[in-house]
Design a protein around this ligand. Structure first.
Ligand code: SF4
Length: 419
């Protein structure tokens, strides 16, 4: 799709490596077969034969295939090229996706020779936690993870009566330009791989020593702007031979990329789809979200209706309440008309103030009145509990503070703080 916002490269200016420069493109070297075909000339797709012989010697560590992105079938193909029997694929897949091992040395039922071979021709994504903040008010935890190329991403763990929910990022930064969002201020740096999305969940599970029951893909990034890796991630995390998280407990949130919503409806994945609606009219939406200029509100709502009719999954609308902008009585009336007849739910989210933006939260009574008006017309509405407000609650805000602090520390000759 066309760029919504010009990409900026904040980390490039601060001297990221050549490897990370390659990684910042949309086609980060991942495990999808299309990328592997590019690595080894003349090798038919799908193929991992570039990793089996001498070709890998020219690859940097980051260019090696990431076993954590592979399905069990792809692992079997990969190992077959190395001359290994297919049962090895089950063993390796089990280590990665059931036992949560993240090193070849930890795969103790493989021979030392095979572990060494795997270590020289492939890699396993590992996220490094660099900061964890815990809310004193509700126990929400915000994690900052360092990726192998030095980029930083943010994930959030929230505890509810029904279980533990983790909100993950799908991109480093975002190029959609929503006016109330901190994630987009530096533009999009790069897409995350499926393994980097998965690892946000598994790493939090490992640190917390408890099972994550729900996942929301609602952190930094527009998931449908990274479509292939998103779908790969969903298939991996929902695989009953692996992580086996119910896809019904996963919500994917989009700002409204119409072709991708319609494509997603055909994937056969029973996840909840949430639309960042945030306005009751095309004009208002364009003020808050540049993407609205590309896809009109009516078109987006039609795509959401299509998602419901193909999957039977009730639609969620996210609605950030901004003081003086979108919570008037006229807004409620327009929403009633727009959503009439839809099987949907609206989440009202008092906007989190972002330092670089001028938007403010309406007071609680204004939000309650807006909710009441919507409910009277039969729409299902909740006001989302504000989680982690005392720890840089807005999406992307903690990452921005971290990057700003580290840029200042580097300027002063300081060192990167780590936990
Ligand atoms: S709200 Fe979502 S899509 Fe919009 S800029 Fe922020 S991260 Fe991107």
């Amino acid at each position: 799709m066309t760029d919504i916002q010009t990409e900026t490269e904040p980390l490039r200016q601060s001297g990221i490596s050549a490897a990370s420069e390659r990684a910042r493109s949309s086609d980060h070297p991942d495990c999808s077969s299309r990328n592997h075909t590019n690595m080894a000339e003349g090798v038919p797709s799908p193929s991992y034969s570039d990793c089996s012989s001498q070709n890998h010697t020219n690859m940097t560590a980051e260019e090696l295939p990431d076993l954590l992105c592979m399905t069990q079938g792809e692992l079997a193909d990969f190992l077959a090229v190395l001359g290994e029997k297919s049962f090895r694929a089950k063993q390796v897949y089990d280590w990665l996706h059931v036992k949560g091992v993240r090193s070849f040395d930890g795969m103790t039922n493989l021979s030392k020779a095979l572990r060494d071979k795997l270590g020289s021709v492939s890699r396993i994504t590992v996220l490094r936690p660099v900061q964890v903040l815990t809310s004193q008010t509700d126990g929400t935890k915000k994690y900052l993870f360092a990726l192998s190329d030095g980029n930083i991403i943010e994930s959030v763990m929230m505890r509810y009566s029904y279980g533990v929910s983790v909100c993950i990022s799908s991109q480093v930064g975002c190029r959609m330009g929503c006016r109330f969002c901190a994630s987009t201020i530096g533009g999009r740096v790069r897409n995350l791989t499926a393994a980097e999305m998965l690892s946000q969940v598994t790493e939090i599970q490992r640190i917390q020593k408890e099972r994550v029951s729900h996942v929301v893909v609602m952190g930094s990034g527009e998931p449908f702007d990274n479509y292939e890796e998103l779908v790969r991630f969903l298939r991996l995390i929902g695989d009953e031979k692996g992580e086996n998280l119910s896809l019904r407990n996963i919500t994917v949130s989009t700002c409204g990329l119409v072709p991708e919503i319609r494509r997603f409806a055909e994937e056969g994945l029973p996840v909840t789809l949430a639309l960042s609606l945030h306005a009751s009219s095309q004009k208002e939406r364009e003020i808050l979200m540049p993407v609205a200029k590309k896809y009109e509100l009516g078109e987006v709502l039609d795509a959401m209706r299509c998602y419901f009719s193909r999957t039977g999954r009730r639609i969620t609308f996210e609605y950030s309440c901004v003081q003086g902008v979108n919570t008037s009585s006229a807004d409620a009336d327009r929403l009633k008309t727009l959503l009439r007849g839809m099987n949907c739910h609206i989440n009202l989210i008092p906007v989190n103030p972002v330092e670089e933006r001028s938007f403010r939260q309406p007071d609680r009574r204004e939000v309650e009145a807006f909710k009441d008006q919507l409910e009277k017309s039969g729409i299902n509405v909740t006001i989302r509990r504000e989680m982690g407000r005392d720890i840089s609650g807005a999406c992307g805000q903690l990452r921005r503070s971290y990057l700003n602090e580290n840029a200042a520390a580097e300027g002063a000759g300081g060192q990167t703080p780590e936990i």
